[in-house]
Design a protein around this ligand. Structure first.
Ligand code: ADP
Length: 624
């Protein structure tokens, strides 16, 4: 008996104990897998010039044995594939799983992995998978009763394909599992979830028929079993848009992309032109657990005249829209297209352009017409769009800048740059922002207090990439970005500016002295009128901000640590200034301690660690 990988075991436990209320979706999952398997063999048999088979999926309920069998004549699995596909769930996801695990409900957990094959354990206490791979001599049977493990043994199989036998659980209060052996139930489940599967889903169905030869005035009926096709087999993307409702669109999404949640939106893109194609694009409602890792593979399902030629065609999506799922079907592609050819294919490029344009349009439309949904989308995938604006030296920034959202201090919600700029008060020349790890921390920055009091709107940048995006955008509609932590940030009018200049002049020697004390730690010490209750703050004196320093140094392969130039600012309106002045005249030793304590405090307020914790504590104690 082989053991499942640890994380798989956890998911299996969840499945077996059926926390997922919608148990019936197991059928949809198994049928989708069967359909994928047929897609694969159909493609191979076409390019191999093999005879095209009579592809189908068969359902066989057996009341006596209490089994439901789902059989396909698709590509089948080799022993290694059985081991790899059914012995592990999300094998690459161990780390991510552990990280994301905390605080998640079981339903969310399963959703992150996709329900897939394992959902069968919601209804079955034992599962057997008989399978023989295309061009293989041997067949295998995989058997498992859930979390205890699984077994693979060789067996004699005639046909290529896969047969899955589910031994249904005994009925209990929660669920009448035996319903899944009823013809009517299976028929309605197929209609509901798998109608557009492009291969016939067949089952022996009992019909009541007029007995042959019986007199017309005395009709007699008899039960006959006939092999019926339960689905209509029209692919959804071939149907006219007007005939498809949201429910059907969503059902198709869940079945096709193994998601347990409805997408935020599904859209049709049917193009007729130089390259003609039908497609359906979806914006998922949750980012997959590995979305922001390099394990994630973007792409759209690519069909050529109804034959699937690629599960995930990366070329059809730019990285920043990598979260979009969907199908594309075009008759203008060649069937035996290889990845190399694909990359150069003029048709694929044209489709990709069309798709990108459509996604942009739809996102803009959502932003304008359904802000709530867009906010949800942005909270899941906004980071991806921000990276897109920054990547490649900003080559796509103009396409993406209007899709960005940032948190506004004033409105206390996400706003677009356009919204920010449109409401700028007379005379404000800049888009102000402040960066930090979280909204709370940014809100607590010394520089923010006064700005808030003055009613100035500030964008809060909490993602590491935000400030880099601002630098690459440089400005929006002529308004430059300015950080509240830049040396020349000021909310003062001309008179106040003059006043500050005068005060600075008066304290020139003091500031020089403190700079000397902080030798090398800061580039300069200046006075500021940007603070309200805080005595000091730390700002950056160069191109690189303190927040960028943190982000860059936190990168896994940052060997050479970068240092932002720092300026210590002392509040011109705080009593501490007078105190420092007095100390300079009377007690230089204490001035030193005060300067060091103030400097370290400013570091703490900026979210930096102390330069020298022990002397900080020593100095502080002595002052107190
Ligand atoms: P997913 O379908 O989301 O990849 P599943 O857990 O449903 O995840 O299935 C895992 C893998 O097992 C599939 O990707 C496929 O390679 C293989 N598989 C499942 N069912 C079949 C089948 N009927 N025929 C061939 N391969 C299958």
């Amino acid at each position: 008996m082989k053991q499942f990988k640890t994380e798989s075991k956890r998911i299996l436990d969840l499945m077996v104990n059926s926390i997922y209320t919608n148990k019936e979706i197991f059928l949809r999952e198994l049928i989708s897998n069967a359909s994928d398997a047929i897609d694969k063999i159909k493609f191979l048999s076409l390019t191999d010039n093999g005879a095209v088979k009579d592809f189908k999926i068969t359902l066989t309920p057996n009341q006596e044995e209490r089994t439901l069998t789902i059989q396909d004549n698709g590509i089948g699995m080799t022993e290694e594939e059985l081991e790899k596909n059914l012995g592990t769930i999300a094998s690459s996801g161990t780390l991510a799983f552990k990280k994301q695990n905390e605080g998640k409900t079981d339903g969310e957990l399963i959703g992150q992995f996709g329900v897939g094959f394992y959902s069968a354990f919601m209804v079955a206490e034992k599962i057997q998978v008989y399978t023989k791979a295309y061009k293989s001599e041997t067949g295998y049977v995989w058997e498992s009763s859930g979390a205890s493990g699984y077994q693979i043994t060789e067996c004699d199989l005639q046909e290529v394909g896969t047969k899955i036998v589910l031994y249904l659980k005994p009925d209990d209060e929660d669920c009448k599992y035996s319903e899944f052996l009823q013809e009517y139930k299976l028929m309605s489940l197929v209609k509901q979830y798998s109608d557009y599967i492009r291969y016939p889903i067949q089952m022996m169905v009992t019909h009541s028929k007029l007995k042959e030869g019986c007199p017309q005035d005395k009709p007699e009926y008899e039960s006959v079993s006939e092999l019926d096709t339960l689905n209509s087999m029209v692919p959804l993307w071939k149907k006219p848009k007007s005939q498809v409702n949201t429910e059907e669109l969503n059902t198709f999404y869940k079945s096709e992309f193994h998601d347990y949640l409805d997408p935020l939106k599904g859209v049709y893109a049917k193009i007729e032109g130089a390259v003609t194609y039908d497609s359906i694009l979806y914006f998922p409602s949750k980012a997959p657990f590995d979305y922001y890792s390099k394990d994630y593979k973007k792409g759209l399902k690519l069909y050529c005249n109804g034959v699937m030629i690629m599960e995930k065609c990366e070329e059809l999506l730019p990285d920043y829209f990598g979260f979009v799922k969907g199908v594309v079907d075009s008759a203008d592609l060649s069937l035996n297209i290889s990845r190399e050819i694909l990359q150069q294919s003029r048709q694929v490029k044209a489709i990709a352009q069309g798709i990108e344009k459509k996604i942009s349009q739809e996102l803009k439309k959502m932003l304008e017409e359904d802000r709530e949904t867009y906010d949800k989308l942005f909270s899941e995938f906004g980071l991806s769009i921000k990276f897109g604006a920054y990547a490649g030296f900003g080559m796509n920034k103009d396409k993406l800048k209007d899709l960005l959202l940032f948190y506004s201090s004033k409105k206390q919600k996400l706003v677009t740059l356009k919204e920010y700029v449109e409401e700028l008060p007379e005379g404000q020349e800049f888009i102000y922002y402040a960066s930090g790890e979280s909204y709370e921390k940014i809100s607590a920055l010394p520089q923010i207090e006064k700005a808030k009091e003055k009613g100035v709107e500030i964008l809060f940048f909490k993602d590491g990439v935000d400030e880099f995006v601002a630098k690459i955008l440089d400005s929006y509609e002529g308004k430059k970005f300015k950080s509240v932590s830049e040396a020349d940030f000021s909310l003062d009018g001309e008179v106040e500016k003059e006043q500050l200049k005068k005060t600075s002049e008066e304290h020139k020697e003091l500031l020089e002295e403190i700079k000397k004390i902080l030798d090398g730690k800061v580039k300069d010490v200046t006075l500021t009128s940007n603070l309200k209750s805080y005595p000091v703050c730390l700002i950056s004196g160069g191109e690189l901000s303190i927040e960028m320093e943190k982000v860059l140094n936190a990168m896994p392969n940052s060997e050479n640590k970068v240092q932002a130039e720092k300026i210590l600012q002392i509040s011109a309106d705080h009593p501490i200034l007078q105190k420092l002045k007095t100390l300079k005249e009377t007690d230089m030793e204490s001035l030193k301690k005060y300067a060091l304590v103030l400097y370290e405090s400013a570091r703490l307020l900026e979210g930096l660690s102390l330069d020298d914790a022990s002397s900080f504590v020593a100095n502080l104690t002595q002052i107190i």
